[in-house]
Design a protein around this ligand. Structure first.
Ligand SMILES: *[C@@H]1O[C@H](CO)[C@@H](O)[C@H](O)[C@H]1NC(C)=O
Ligand SMILES: *[C@@H]1O[C@H](CO)[C@@H](O)[C@H](O)[C@H]1NC(C)=O
Length: 961
């Protein structure tokens, strides 16, 4: 009873608390803390950045997507999951039926050719190399076993629905150039006639009639899906950046310059959709790149690859100077004019998030201390092509300096832990913070010693003190401002501090550099700092100078190295730039070759998978000591990294390295495998595999997989042993009790038999009656009893008793008189196998996967991109079959009434939900690659064209001309 009373008090208190919470939540803004991004979102507000020189710092950008780590190729693409409708909410079920069939189930498709080679490859193994059957890679050790797979947190961009009309009136103005490149220093396009290069494409033979028919049927299907997406965009999102393919609206994450429209131009042209193309070009004319109501910063990387690349690619495919679409080049130049301002920094490294509004834009700028390799390294092709088309070397100069900086970093001793590739985050500021810190320390030391010898006429004043003292300072520690002769003493609150010391400014600069996020968080302070900065002769703040350095690691702790997001396209551009420049700039070749060597040495691994497919993936390695001695590996499988097969294939062809082509095949087959083993037939965005130690001796081992999924098998075993002991004891006890009971009953019945004769006259059923009356008693209308019953009921609902264990519950249950209480049976712990199987079921893990961290498919192109490269390079129609299966799976899972939508979970065909996003790369890249897989191979031949990272084809110079 005591316990019950205590609980009653508790329950009543809980009630009061809940009631209060409910009211508080009703009256507060709780429900608006996380606004539904699909509702109208508050208009973007334009807050002033603190100062000019870190406008691209990766801090929250007003009006733009929320803070996120600088990401690579298309990573901004990440979409929020739209609210699911009430009736759509499903409780995830444990999957029992569609266990993935193991193995590398390749073609169920009838080969289209009868050639022996094709037949040989159409077995259920990954295609085996004819020339390079084995690949030599270093052994891999999986030391990640006992580490939790990292969960990648995606931060969705904000949706901006309504215009900020006030901001719309602001236009970009060409700012004064602070750090112009002297004319004589401009790096010109390499000249000379293009070098002959090995052909990239396979020499295709005439196709048969049957082959042609099949190919054309598929081509038409791809085109029909492109039309579906384009029509949806046209009807519901015309001139917006993207269509929301479920809710049928437009949205504008990329400044609202009609990203899908510009990005799709060359796709429309290639697909022969001329009317659509012409209509789109008309709309392109109206785009005003000098303003955007949606963002205060321009995301430079995305703008270059999607918009600039889209315009240049469309100009090229329509015939370039000989074509009829001069407006496309004009628009590209309009945009380029704006973008060129981002290179106006002391070291000419670009600003990557460009505060374009004149108020900030007119100030001098410095590149960020933390940029991603992909973002800084993927501008080359677009500006190179522009330079070629216009003859303007300034465009080439802009990106040649980045290449030079990357090359210097690649070759610098201790520049990178994995020689050949770069740390993911780079400091592009050009200011050596280490050196600056050292200098400050030194200066402090000399200040202390020099203190007593302060020259006459120099005044020191303490920051914040009103008096301008001519007395000696009390010590270096307290000396925060020095006032030089003739300058005004500082006044608190005046906001103007002319004549502050270099040290004060230095430390301000350091602070800024040390923590850009913190530094920009208080914009007010920043503004006043720039105001009070003395201006040098050139008009620069006096604190502008710093100890110069080249590109350097941008993180103080772990540097990570991979071919995935944030790094990918920087490497992709090396061989492509080489091709685009007609082989006239050899550094792109050497940089590519160094990259490839490092990828082979450090990153490639063969995963352990059912059926032992001969496939490769590229891992992420991290170094905490800037050496390759203690690398930490993540055996990741990411969709973004799927471009790598194509890169190895293209580079392998251009630089005549058959081994690289072979690796390219296996990398591509890795992604094909990751598609085919998933229940939807689509690869997830991000997952983890198990590496095989040896690339040429790699066998599926279920025990090893289970061990990885549950490293606690030894502990589980002891648990089970303990359980067995406990259970044996329990059984014994129960038996003892049963025996006792039996004895008691026997004794009772013996006694009964004895007295039976004497008691025949008395009626039976007394016990039952007694029981009934007890119940009646408890059910009488006594108020206190009623309350007690209610409290009891509540208690059981709140499960308060559960902590008390079974005994408590048993007490409450009315038992027939005389029943014995048996001890509670011990609960059997899961065995290792049971635990793992439960986990596999719950997480829908597919054999070979260690974890499925991000199960979305967001219409990404990288896998089909590499499949297409493999088809064009090898001529093997098996790649068309692989691509077609991908296409059918993707369409099945993503098609909506008016387009196609990203989905939230590729591990369940039944429960995958659309996330209402159709990024511009769906039409620009994914559908283009699918289409080109089924055109005749002369359409956009890789010997005439080279694609930027957004699949925009640029014309290659040919050796003949
Ligand atoms: C920065 O300066 C330090 C110390 O002066 C030097 O050791 C280091 O190499 C410099 N870093 C770069 C990237 O130049
Ligand atoms: C499979 O993996 C287990 C656990 O790692 C290991 O003990 C066993 O030797 C492996 N079996 C084979 C055939 O390699």
């Amino acid at each position: 009873m005591l316990r019950l009373r205590r609980y009653r008090v508790f329950v009543i208190c809980a009630f009061v608390v809940l009631f209060l919470l409910y009211h508080v939540s009703r009256n507060s803004q709780w429900d608006s803390v996380e606004p539904n991004v699909y509702d109208k979102v508050a208009r973007p507000h334009y807050t002033k950045p603190k100062t000019e020189d870190d406008v691209d710092a990766d801090t929250p950008r007003p009006g733009g997507p929320p803070q996120r780590p600088p990401l690579g190729h298309h990573e901004q693409a990440v979409e929020p999951v739209p609210p699911k409708k009430e009736q759509d909410i499903k409780i995830p079920q444990l999957k029992t039926t569609s266990e993935v069939k193991g193995g590398y189930g390749l073609p169920k498709v009838v080969p289209t050719t009868t050639s022996a080679a094709t037949k040989a490859q159409n077995t259920d193994k990954a295609p085996v190399a004819d020339t390079f059957p084995t690949i030599k890679l270093p052994d891999r050790v999986d030391e990640s076993k006992d580490q939790e797979a990292p969960i990648h947190v995606w931060k969705p961009p904000k949706k901006v629905e309504d215009l900020n009309t006030a901001a719309a009136a602001i236009h970009w103005k060409k700012p004064k150039e602070w750090f112009p490149v002297p004319k004589e220093s401009i790096i010109p396009l390499p000249t000379g006639s293009p070098k002959p290069m090995p052909s990239v494409q396979h020499k295709f033979k005439e196709e048969t009639k049957a082959q042609k028919e099949k190919r054309e049927t598929r081509l038409a299907k791809v085109r029909a899906e492109a039309m579906r997406a384009w029509s949806g965009y046209k009807q519901f999102a015309w001139t917006h950046d993207e269509l929301t393919p479920v809710t049928k609206h437009g949205k504008d994450p990329f400044c609202g310059w009609a990203a899908t429209l510009v990005d799709s131009l060359d796709t429309l042209w290639i697909m022969g959709l001329k009317d659509e193309f012409d209509e789109a070009v008309k709309a392109v004319k109206e785009i005003d790149f000098t303003t955007t109501p949606y963002r205060s910063d321009i995301p430079i990387f995305e703008t270059i690859i999607r918009y600039l690349g889209g315009l240049v690619g469309a100009y090229d495919v329509t015939g370039g100077h000989d074509g009829k679409y001069r407006v496309l080049l004009d628009k590209a130049l309009e945009l380029a004019e704006i973008l060129m301002s981002v290179f106006d920094t002391p070291n000419r490294m670009p600003i990557l998030y460009y505060n374009w509004q004149p108020e900030f834009n007119e100030n001098p700028k410095r590149a960020s201390t933390s940029v991603s390799v992909a973002e800084i390294g993927s501008m080359g092709m677009e500006f190179t092509r522009l330079a070629q088309l216009t003859g303007e070397d300034k465009y080439y100069d802009a990106i040649a300096r980045i290449t030079d900086a990357l090359e210097e970093l690649q070759n610098r001793k201790d520049g990178t832990a994995l020689p050949g590739i770069f740390p993911q985050q780079l400091d592009a500021s050009g200011c050596n913070r280490t050196a600056a810190a050292e200098a400050t320390l030194q200066k402090q030391a000399t200040d202390v010693s020099a203190d007593s010898e302060e020259p006459e006429g120099y005044a020191s004043t303490r920051y914040g003190s009103t008096q301008s003292s001519r007395t000696k300072s009390t010590g270096a520690k307290d000396l925060e401002f020095e006032v030089k002769p003739g300058s005004r003493p500082s006044e608190p609150g005046s906001g103007s501090f002319h004549g502050v010391s270099k040290r004060e400014l230095d430390s301000a600069v350091e602070e800024r550099a040390d923590d850009a996020t913190e530094a920009t968080s208080d914009m007010q302070e920043r503004d006043s700092l720039s105001e009070r900065s003395p201006i040098s002769a050139k008009g620069l703040p006096a604190n502008w100078e710093c100890v110069p350095q080249g590109l350097a690691s941008g993180s103080w702790g772990m540097d990570s190295y991979s071919m995935g997001g944030s790094q990918d396209s920087a490497y992709e551009y090396f061989p492509k730039q080489y091709a685009l420049l007609g082989g006239l700039e050899p550094k792109y070749r050497t940089m590519h070759e160094k990259t490839v060597a490092a990828v082979k040495k450090y990153l490639l691994f063969r995963p352990m998978a059912k059926g032992d497919p001969d496939i490769l993936f590229s891992a992420k390695a991290s170094s905490s000591d800037n050496t390759d001695k203690n690398l930490h590996y993540e055996w990741e499988i990411t969709h973004l990294t799927c471009f790598l097969g194509g890169m190895f294939g293209l580079g392998g062809k251009l630089f005549d390295s058959p081994e690289d082509v072979e690796i390219g095949k296996r990398l591509t087959d890795g992604c094909v495998w990751a598609y085919e083993v998933m229940p939807t037939g689509i690869m997830p965005e991000f997952s983890m595999a198990l590496p095989c130690q040896k690339v040429d001796d790699c066998h599926w081992n279920q025990t090893a997989w289970y061990e990885h999924l549950d490293p606690e098998s030894a502990w589980r075993k002891t648990q089970l042993e303990e359980y067995n002991v406990k259970r044996a004891k329990w059984k014994e006890e129960v038996q003892k009790l049963k025996d006792e009971e039996e004895r008691r009953l026997k004794a009772e019945s013996a006694a009964k038999a004895d007295t039976a004769a004497q008691k025949t006259s008395q009626g039976a059923g007394e016990e039952a009656h007694h029981h009934h009356s007890r119940r009646d008693l408890s059910g009488d209308g006594d108020d206190e009893k009623l309350i007690e019953e209610k409290v009891e009921k509540l208690e059981s609902e709140l499960d308060l008793n559960s902590q008390g264990g079974y005994q408590t519950r048993n007490e409450d249950v009315q038992k027939p008189v005389g029943e014995i209480y048996y001890p509670i049976e011990p609960v059997k712990p899961l065995t290792h196998e049971e635990f793992v199987e439960e986990r596999i079921k719950r997480e829908r893990l597919v054999p070979g996967f260690a974890s499925l961290n991000d199960r979305r498919y967001i219409l990404r192109p990288e896998a089909i991109e590499s499949v297409w490269y493999m088809y064009r390079i090898t001529g093997d129609p098996i790649w068309q079959e692989k691509g077609w299966r991908m296409f059918e799976s993707i369409i099945k899972a993503t098609q909506t009434e008016v387009g196609h939508s990203a989905i939230d979970d590729v591990t369940t065909a039944e429960e995958a939900m659309p996330t209402d996003s159709m990024e511009s790369f769906w039409l620009a890249e994914t559908l283009k690659y699918f289409y080109l897989l089924f055109t005749t191979p002369d359409v956009i031949s890789l010997d005439e064209w080279v694609f930027n990272t957004e699949a925009h084809p640029f014309r290659r110079p040919t050796a003949a001309t």
